[in-house]
Design a protein around this ligand. Sequence first.
Ligand SMILES: Cc1cc2nc3c(=O)[nH]c(=O)nc-3n(C[C@H](O)[C@H](O)[C@H](O)COP(=O)(O)OP(=O)(O)OC[C@H]3O[C@@H](n4cnc5c(N)ncnc54)[C@H](O)[C@@H]3O)c2cc1C
Length: 329
Amino acid sequence: MIYDLIIVGSGSVGAAAGYYATEAGLSVLMIDSAHPPHNQGTHHGESRLIRHAYGEGERYVPLVLRAQTLWDELEQRAGERIMHRSGVLNLAPIQSSFIQNVIDSATQWQLNIEVMQPDEVRKRWPQINVPDGYLGVFEPQSGYLKCEQAVRSWIQLAEQAGCAQLFNCPVSQIGREGDLQQVTTIDGIYRGRKMLISAGTWVGKLVPDLPVAPTRKVFAWYQADGRYSENNKFPGFTVEMPDGSQFYGFPADNNALKVGRHDGGQLMQQPEDRKPFGTVAADGSEAFGFLRQFYLASVSVFMAKPAATISARTKILLSTPCQANPIGC
Ligand SMILES: Cc1cc2nc3c(=O)[nH]c(=O)nc-3n(C[C@H](O)[C@H](O)[C@H](O)COP(=O)(O)OP(=O)(O)OC[C@H]3O[C@@H](n4cnc5c(N)ncnc54)[C@H](O)[C@@H]3O)c2cc1C
């Protein structure tokens, strides 16, 4: 059989593409080396922030708003809760270009934000200890997504729509046969008129010339009581520290507050470099300075969730600094 489209890698991007392409009437084959969602993908780790007012620049806003529409649509079609409108609070020194971009992009696209002085932030969320000289920008319409649930739902919807799916089947080679795309797997060779390569972190193994830099990133869960929960209106957050380092996090779920560092990480050459959480000395402690400075003592005890604390980010090196994901953390 010759497919209209073969998708190599069925994680966040590939699973969504498989669903929408099948819905559009194409004959589609989705392939993955594992069975998404799984703990080796970039989609691993329960949750992802979605921000609308965008510190990386207003040019991303139309993409993010379109993505939000599709997330809401997915939630409806799947009948599962995927989007949590907890709101996101961005905190940064007043002179930060990031926070200025958040404000500018909201102004340009008429997004609903609240610009807050440190005392206003402290009054609204006494759990957060914001230093003077900072600015808070809260956007109530954004929040976070249940990323693994989203991948699961797309795959299920794609299958129901008639999409062929081949999982636990690595693609070892891609090539062409005349006008057709050819995909070689341990299961045999498949052919399609078009091919989408959405293989995430190790896409360079299939397309060696792509300028990607796989980076090991970790996040961790910290013990926190109900004051930090979404029920108590505690938001998702991004924080720029006085030294420029950046942290992000989510409202506590089951008394565990998830926090990650946005910058930094360790460059990886091979999949073996994706070492378990705790292998790098800073893994468990990199957020301590941030937690001490921005939170009251109640968030202090590190709670490892060993199976769910490492993920790998693919940095795409473009001429302008830009993360791979336009709806990024
Ligand atoms: C620590 C961290 C925090 C993040 N925070 C946020 C956030 O807050 N908000 C946000 O929007 N984004 C965030 N991101 C980014 C977001 O998670 C990714 O952009 C997104 O998951 C990328 O999806 P993908 O489909 O490219 O990769 P993946 O979801 O990893 O999918 C790639 C798939 O390809 C498969 N594959 C690879 N090689 C082969 C092969 N040879 N043959 C067959 N299959 C193959 C893999 O098994 C995998 O399932 C974060 C990422 C990380 C790592």
